[in-house]
Ligand binder design. Structure first.
Ligand SMILES: *[C@@H]1O[C@H](CO)[C@@H](O)[C@H](O)[C@H]1NC(C)=O
Ligand SMILES: *[C@@H]1O[C@H](CO)[C@@H](O)[C@H](O)[C@H]1NC(C)=O
Ligand SMILES: *[C@@H]1O[C@H](CO)[C@@H](O)[C@H](O)[C@H]1NC(C)=O
Ligand SMILES: *[C@@H]1O[C@H](CO)[C@@H](O)[C@H](O)[C@H]1NC(C)=O
Ligand SMILES: *[C@@H]1O[C@H](CO)[C@@H](O)[C@H](O)[C@H]1NC(C)=O
Length: 436
């Protein structure tokens, strides 16, 4: 999302929201930052490697090894066999530095990486070497997706199921199974979202943001941004996984699972431009969700009592908390750290990490990163006691990964490295995944 139009559009959508939704106007101010309680008995844990995609004409997965101190170093580039693409803004210009308008352009399940190729509508699967996490090899052929402009992917190891969100002319969700020997199966028929988009899409509004599984992997959630200026409501989609065998977690992967054909869509009150999200660990379906128009919310998705004529289950999403992030331009990406039990969010137009509570989304801390020179941050992931956040280059700045140490627990975040991706990735870079 390029800063200028976003600011204008977001401001206008916030103004619109304030008119439509009274509580959008004056939201409780941030809490005082809680002082760091250093728990010296908590061991510092580090991931093995971090991954992102270049999303360039020749799309590649960048793999950076993680050192025992949590920092990263130059690693490898592995071609996906496909091509990346770039969305447009309303002025017809490239929508960098958020080329795919999404979180999770690549994802990890087990020792596999799944990565989208937005220009050629394919999904690639790569195997991570057990002896060297930066050594990747393609498994089988890239799978052809029956949609346009794939920009987000989620994988369930438990159900052997990988699902892709597309946000071009044919927008929606398509899934397939996968195996270590033959790679990806044939993608199933598109479950359309009907966004009436173009290819490439014109964003940031009215596009798919992120697709992700619930913790028990029984539900696939997808956030879709609304377009407040056009009175178009965004939504949270929920598809059930069906036909899974009852073998359970310890009993190996279920065979023959598929995603339901129809979803339940909710537009939780007070949300408008839902973006990067994660199910809160230990909950069935409480979701920590960013919303580019104001900040972040905690949503709770529950099964509704009444069952429709077709017997399909429906779900209702309610807003448990909704917190405006002061000074935000577009809060769009989120991760939950196991080391802190809190969420961290980034903003493409403000170079900082905001730490928020998983109970009420209150702001617990702000790590100002402006000194490192990046314009802002996009996709990020927590891994062990660290958080890794991507800033694609903007022509002046190099693409970079900022490494933040959160080993001291809540409120302890401090930057330990600003690693420039010179020669590895540039302004189209997207996604972030950590192998732990
Ligand atoms: C510190 O960490 C240990 C081990 O994880 C845990 O048992 C203990 O409750 C923690 N103490 C505090 C004050 O968080
Ligand atoms: C996917 O599932 C189908 C039907 O069960 C099976 O024939 C196919 O081999 C599977 N493909 C992979 C890659 O696992
Ligand atoms: C779909 O978009 C086109 C412009 O791209 C517009 O003319 C048309 O009215 C839209 N249709 C709907 C149903 O929104
Ligand atoms: C959106 O809805 C409002 C209130 O119903 C209306 O005044 C406005 O004209 C609509 N805007 C568009 C672009 O349709
Ligand atoms: C890139 O971002 C930096 C830091 O915000 C800014 O100073 C610079 O003008 C930006 N360059 C372009 C081409 O937008």
């Amino acid at each position: 999302m390029s800063p200028l139009p976003i600011r204008t559009l977001i401001l206008s959508s916030v103004a619109l929201l304030a008119l439509l939704i009274p509580e959008a106007a004056g939201f409780p101010s941030r809490n005082q930052a809680t002082p760091a309680l250093k728990n010296t008995t908590t061991p510092v844990t580090v991931g093995k490697a971090v991954y992102l995609i270049t999303n360039d004409g020749i799309n590649s997965v960048v793999a950076l090894p993680v050192s025992p101190d949590g920092t990263v170093s130059a690693g490898t580039l592995t071609k996906t066999g496909g091509a990346g693409s770039v969305a447009l803004n309303t002025n017809g210009q490239p929508e960098t530095p958020d080329a795919l308008l999404s979180q999770s352009a690549l994802t990890i399940a087990g020792n596999f990486i799944f990565a989208v190729n937005a220009a050629c509508n394919t999904l690639s699967m790569l195997l991570i070497s057990p002896s060297d996490p930066t050594s990747l090899t393609l498994v089988g052929q890239a799978a052809s997706i029956p949609g346009d402009f794939p920009n987000t992917v989620a994988a369930s190891l438990r159900h052997n199921l990988v699902c892709v969100g597309t946000t071009g002319a044919r927008s929606g969700i398509s899934c397939t199974n996968f195996s270590s020997s033959s790679g990806l199966g044939k993608m199933d028929r598109l479950r359309p979202f009907g966004l009436n988009q173009t290819t490439p899409p014109v964003g940031p509004f009215n596009t798919v943001s992120q697709t992700f599984f619930s913790e028990d992997e029984s539900t696939l959630f997808t956030t879709v941004k609304g377009d407040p200026a056009a009175n178009k409501t965004g939504f949270l989609s929920a598809f059930s996984v069906q036909g899974a065998s009852q073998s359970g977690r310890g009993g190996g992967n279920s065979i023959g699972a598929s995603l339901a054909r129809t979803d339940t869509r909710n537009s939780p009150q007070g949300t408008a431009v839902l973006f990067g999200s994660q199910v809160i660990p230990g909950t069935k379906a409480n979701i920590f969700a960013t919303d580019a128009s104001f900040g972040a919310a905690i949503l709770s998705v529950v099964d509704s009592d009444h069952r429709g004529g077709g017997g399909s289950d429906t779900k209702a999403a309610k807003v448990l908390a909704r917190v405006e992030v002061p000074g935000q331009k577009a809060t769009c990406w989120a991760t939950i750290s196991p080391a802190t039990g809190t969420a961290f969010v980034t903003d493409v137009g403000v170079n900082r990490l905001i730490e928020m509570s998983l109970e009420d989304a209150s702001i617990l801390g702000e790590l100002d990163l402006s000194a490192n020179g990046d314009p802002g941050l996009i996709d990020l992931r927590a891994g062990g006691s660290f958080v890794y956040a991507l800033s694609p280059g903007n022509g002046t700045t190099e693409a970079a990964v900022t490494v933040v140490d959160v080993s001291g627990g809540k409120g302890s975040a401090k930057m330990v490295q600003h690693f420039e991706l010179k020669g590895l990735a540039g302004r189209n870079a997207m996604g972030m995944a950590v192998l732990v």
